[in-house]
Ligand binder design. Structure first.
Ligand SMILES: *[C@@H]1O[C@H](CO)[C@@H](O)[C@H](O)[C@H]1NC(C)=O
Ligand SMILES: *[C@@H]1O[C@H](CO)[C@@H](O)[C@H](O)[C@H]1NC(C)=O
Ligand SMILES: *[C@@H]1O[C@H](CO)[C@@H](O)[C@H](O)[C@H]1NC(C)=O
Ligand SMILES: *[C@@H]1O[C@H](CO)[C@@H](O)[C@H](O)[C@H]1NC(C)=O
Ligand SMILES: *[C@@H]1O[C@H](CO)[C@@H](O)[C@H](O)[C@H]1NC(C)=O
Ligand SMILES: *[C@@H]1O[C@H](CO)[C@@H](O)[C@H](O)[C@H]1NC(C)=O
Ligand SMILES: *[C@@H]1O[C@H](CO)[C@@H](O)[C@H](O)[C@H]1NC(C)=O
Ligand SMILES: *[C@@H]1O[C@H](CO)[C@@H](O)[C@H](O)[C@H]1NC(C)=O
Ligand SMILES: CC(=O)N[C@H]1CO[C@H](CO)[C@@H](O)[C@@H]1O
Length: 487
């Protein structure tokens, strides 16, 4: 019996996604930004592009195909998704010539100087302009034919972003399915995406899921904060544990596709984010929550842990959005999804890492998780074993012969492992990740970190040796910071 159960679990695990190819799984996930333009005094294109470079932004999505922006992006390494506005779908879908002209004017004229990666045909068409649904596929096919004619179809993808409400019953994810009214066009779309190796584009907002299901969906779960196992959502059919809402939404898209027998199309999150300000009814639209959501989101993507259903593939995401769109009509939150104000000052500082040296970086309060004085070795050893084992902290540097092995004692090694775990799980935004018995957080702002070669400087004295550090390329995010902590 036990053997049988094991076997069927094994089978389910490996049978789930037979068709995701190795290349798709290997592609480095990235974090991009959406650039909405309902902004008074939007930066002129060349200044905008300089700003993007300064912020280390690598991927953007624009809602049209503004030639000045595309020109300003040329010869940069910034990759861009351009869009066909909803009001052009009818024209393009009813004339191959119009489609070919569109591709020539907006794609061929700029590529490859400007690294256009995809054309998003319309935005949330099926749910916001259902009358265009039948034209949507015609427009997509016509644009694709034009790309083939221009011999650009292998470099540039065509897809269309959807609102999450095309998926009904998204929780638990295994029971999700596409609204049947939309199934015919979605089935046709998915065949196209599968055939052309293109992603299903989804705009996914845990913020709205939380707001519409208060009391059911916990805030922590929506903000990617660490949860106690009892608070994790368990899908009763798959027994998979969901620690955050975004992963559940992504998996609900995979389940819905599977119901239409499609299992080789990846999800690309074309929009996600959290507003930093709202009206009296939008009490969860705060700077703190927006910072936590976006900081944790970025970390989650770069962790590359995939989703519970699909651990081998991590969807890339585009944060909604770069600038607060002050010209948007109420509710107040509509004008406050941005990371930056229009004048390019940050709305808040992300806390992806405490040690970036970039604009909008909060570098002043660097915190570490270390072993406390006077804790018995056995307690520390147990916690150390957990951190380096199930906790998946990176403990390679404290192995014999490595940089932080010496001095070889349990307290030093525990401090290293605790901080490595803390670093991995996110120190500022994810509260409560310095969780080890016998551990504590220290901060250099409160003057607790000093050079321990100065042996008299007290219990919190530490020597910090920064051994490696590399910049992942987005807004002050620094990954792989390794410290040897000797407290
Ligand atoms: C566009 O071209 C395709 C094949 O290239 C053809 O099947 C389709 O009927 C054409 N559409 C229109 C509106 O002419
Ligand atoms: C499904 O889609 C149709 C067409 O857009 C819409 O009228 C209907 O309300 C949707 N069903 C649900 C349950 O949302
Ligand atoms: C999916 O495949 C199954 C088994 O081959 C078939 O019975 C079902 O009709 C298919 N569903 C769709 C939507 O194509
Ligand atoms: C662990 O850290 C070492 C040293 O910094 C690094 O070379 C290695 O790539 C890291 N391993 C993982 C899985 O991140
Ligand atoms: C530094 O950050 C930590 C963790 O977020 C926080 O607990 C602490 O209060 C901060 N210290 C200062 C001085 O801001
Ligand atoms: C804390 O460390 C960071 C990064 O090394 C540094 O930029 C910052 O100035 C330090 N803060 C204090 C108060 O020393
Ligand atoms: C800490 O001590 C080391 C070794 O003596 C020394 O090289 C380093 O400059 C000191 N760092 C600081 C910030 O004093
Ligand atoms: C050790 O640090 C303390 C406090 O920073 C300082 O007053 C003292 O002079 C230092 N001692 C040595 C030997 O460097
Ligand atoms: C807001 C902030 O602190 N920005 C700083 C980020 O780091 C760069 C480079 O060190 C500084 O020039 C910015 O002033």
């Amino acid at each position: 019996m036990a053997v049988l159960e094991l076997f069927s679990l094994f089978f389910i695990f490996f049978a789930a996604f037979p068709e995701i190819n190795a290349q798709q799984a290997k592609d480095e996930p990235y974090v991009g930004v959406n650039i909405g333009t309902d902004v008074s005094n939007l930066l002129p294109p060349t200044k905008l592009v300089s700003f993007l470079q300064q912020q280390k932004v690598t991927h953007v999505r624009i809602y049209d195909s503004d030639p000045d922006i595309l020109k300003a992006l040329s010869k940069t390494k910034i990759r861009v998704i351009i869009s066909v506005p909803n009001n052009q779908i009818l024209g393009i879908g009813s004339s191959n010539t119009t489609a070919a002209n569109w591709i020539n004017r907006n794609v061929a004229a700029f590529y490859p100087d400007t690294l256009i990666t995809a054309v998003a045909v319309g935005d949330e068409v099926l749910t916001t302009v259902p009358s265009l649904s039948s034209m949507l596929m015609a427009a997509i096919e016509a644009l694709y034919s034009a790309l083939v004619a221009a011999n650009l179809h292998t470099q540039i993808k065509i897809s269309t972003p959807h609102a999450s409400n095309i998926i009904l019953d998204p929780f638990p994810p295994s029971q999700a399915y596409f609204n049947q009214t939309l199934s015919p066009v979605l089935a046709q779309l998915l065949r196209f995406l599968s055939r052309t190796n293109s992603p299903l584009m989804m705009n996914l907002y845990p913020y709205y899921v939380f707001m519409q299901n208060k009391g059911v969906v916990p805030l922590d779960n929506s903000l990617f904060k660490p949860l106690t196992p009892s608070k994790e959502m368990v899908d009763p059919n798959t027994l998979l544990h969901y620690t955050n809402v975004l992963d559940a939404m992504i998996d609900s898209a995979y389940s819905s596709m599977k119901n239409l027998n499609v299992s080789d199309v990846l999800v690309l999150v074309t929009e996600t984010g959290w507003p930093s300000k709202g009206d009296s009814k939008e009490t969860y639209a705060t700077i703190d929550n927006a910072d936590t959501y976006n900081s944790n989101l970025i970390r989650h993507i770069f962790d590359r842990s995939g989703t519970p259903y699909h651990p081998e593939v991590t969807s890339s995401v585009y944060i909604y959005e770069l600038f607060n769109e002050d010209l948007r009509s109420p509710p107040v939150s509509e004008a406050n999804w941005g990371l930056f104000h229009a004048n390019s000052t940050p709305v808040y500082l992300l806390h992806v890492s405490g040690s970036g040296e970039f604009l909008a970086n909060d570098t002043t309060n660097q915190t570490f998780c270390v072993a406390m004085e006077g804790v018995d070795g056995k307690t520390l050893q147990t916690a150390l074993d957990w951190a380096c084992g199930p906790g998946r902290a990176n403990c390679s540097e404290i192995q014999p012969g490595e940089t932080c092995y010496s001095p070889n004692n349990v307290k030093n090694h525990a401090s290293y492992a605790f901080d490595s775990y803390y670093e991995k799980e996110g120190r500022a935004a994810g509260h409560g990740v310095c969780i080890f018995p016998g551990s504590k957080i220290i901060s250099n702002r409160t003057n607790t970190v000093v050079n321990s070669t100065n042996a008299t400087s007290g219990v919190d004295a530490s020597r910090l040796i920064r051994t490696t550090r590399f910049d992942s390329g987005f807004r002050g995010l620094v990954l792989g910071v390794v410290f040897c902590l000797f407290v």
